[in-house]
Design a protein around this ligand. Structure first.
Ligand code: SF4
Length: 444
């Protein structure tokens, strides 16, 4: 957690006292008890259409995110930006650590000291001693980094409008209500929330309140198994898992564990009791929050069939954030890290079609010229929010650090951070799986 330092600009992530809306059955109320007809989830499409983090959108901030950055940064040409960033990075030396997510552009990620997926970057953030961590990822990742670093360190997100469409599909108050509803419907069964790291710090705190854990797509299966292991064997003793916020990751993991569609039920936060009956909850093992990633949702079964006709020898691999009907058409499913390992260890001459964010796929294609690597689909798999971290914002951020007044500092309030850290520590302690999931038998 970063402490309050001078005049730096920060986004305060306390979820108390902001007038956020709370769901109670089919009614929505503000914190002061006034009834509202506008649940936050109904604001999501509008926020997404503007590429905004929902919390920033609701709070009326960053409606015009690009206008915030001083004009001199917007007006610089690419070459000038590249050399200015390199010079600033050299000047700041070991006081600075830049973390870059795999989905970032080549322009930005070339400046990262470490690159990785959410799990790896969380682990690295917690090990850093640099005064300033600049996170070239999205909002929830910078929150996790702030939680895992010391009070003396600052974590900056170069552009505060770099939210995550999936993370914004759940908010803490609604998740807390949902857990109560599901527990009531479950007739005494123990519900353990397993929250994808792509979620706000406040939801991670709610997860800890319910004795749950966070997960990433690399270790989700191990976390699910831990959640249902008896306490005497170090588990959470759960009868049922509430997977938040990505329904596809939850469903694909359930299938990977040998379960089927009948073991899953979807909780829709816009409906009373999530739209579920008590019978459905009692019959299910996996309750899935109705969230998704719009990037991975762009892939369709038709994309897989079309590329099989074109490249019959290619191995098709998809991220488990893709819908089940897409994954089931593929040969393999794997997290970002698992996809990278599978391609890295594949023989020269092998052909791959990959269903995940385009920046990573194109970078892999350039990195392994001895293999054929193609992006699945029609090129639409771009994370708009990741792209909001660009060269002008990165330079603006580094300049502000050099000037002693860091901008866009992410600060999670102490109480939320303390609880969220419990859920994150459980995630970090649980081993990632390096192997991909076999969907179709080899040679089929
Ligand atoms: S790719 Fe999807 S899950 Fe990942 S940051 Fe972008 S919107 Fe969020």
């Amino acid at each position: 957690m970063a402490s309050a330092l001078g005049k730096r600009r920060s986004i305060q992530l306390s979820y108390e006292g902001k007038g956020l809306l709370q769901k109670q059955s089919s009614e929505y109320y503000t914190r002061d008890g006034a009834k509202s007809n506008t649940p936050r989830c109904k604001l999501l499409p509008l926020a997404l259409s503007r590429g905004l983090c929902l919390d920033n959108f609701v709070a009326g901030r960053y409606n015009a995110p690009m206008s915030e950055i001083p004009a001199n940064y917007r007006d610089m040409d690419r070459e000038a930006l590249l050399s200015a960033i390199a010079a600033r990075k050299a000047e700041l030396g070991e006081t600075l650590c830049i973390l870059g997510h795999h989905y970032q552009s080549d322009d930005v990620i070339q400046f990262s000291d470490y690159r990785g997926d959410s799990l790896k970057l969380s682990q690295i953030a917690g090990e850093q001693t640099a005064d300033h961590i600049v996170f070239c990822g999205v909002h929830f990742m910078a929150e996790s980094a702030d939680i895992l670093t010391s009070d003396a360190q600052t974590v900056c997100l170069p552009n505060l409008s770099a939210g995550c469409g999936m993370a914004d599909m759940a908010e803490a108050d609604a998740v807390a209500v949902a857990l109560e509803e599901v527990a009531a419907l479950a007739g005494g069964a123990t519900i353990v929330p397993v929250t994808y790291v792509n979620s706000t710090a406040a939801i991670k705190a709610v997860t800890a309140d319910w004795n749950g854990a966070c997960c990433t797509s690399s270790n989700v299966r191990n976390v699910f198994e831990m959640a249902m292991t008896p306490q005497s064997f170090g588990g959470c003793d759960g009868d049922k898992i509430f997977a938040i916020p990505d329904q596809h990751l939850g469903r694909n993991t359930a299938f990977a564990m040998g379960r089927g569609a009948s073991d899953c039920v979807v909780y829709d936060p816009q409906l009373p009791n999530g739209g579920m009956t008590s019978e459905q909850v009692r019959a299910a093992t996996f309750i899935l929050w109705k969230g998704w990633c719009y990037v991975h949702q762009t892939f369709t079964p038709e994309h897989v069939r079309a590329v099989r006709a074109e490249l019959p020898n290619a191995t098709v691999i998809a991220h488990p954030e893709c819908p089940r009907e897409v994954v089931v058409e593929c040969d393999l499913a794997g997290s970002t890290a698992q996809i990278i390992t599978a391609i890295d260890t594949a023989p020269a001459g092998s052909e791959w079609v990959v269903g995940t964010e385009a920046n990573l796929v194109y970078r892999l294609a350039a990195q392994y010229p001895d293999k054929t690597i193609r992006l699945l689909g029609d090129g639409a798999a771009r994370c708009v929010q990741m792209a909001r971290i660009d060269l002008p914002h990165l330079l603006w951020c580094l300049d502000s650090i050099a000037a002693g007044e860091p901008i866009n500092v992410i600060t999670v309030d102490a109480e939320t951070a303390k609880k969220a850290k419990l859920a994150l520590d459980r995630m970090i302690a649980i081993k990632a799986v390096s192997e991909v999931i076999q969907i179709r038998p080899e040679g089929a």
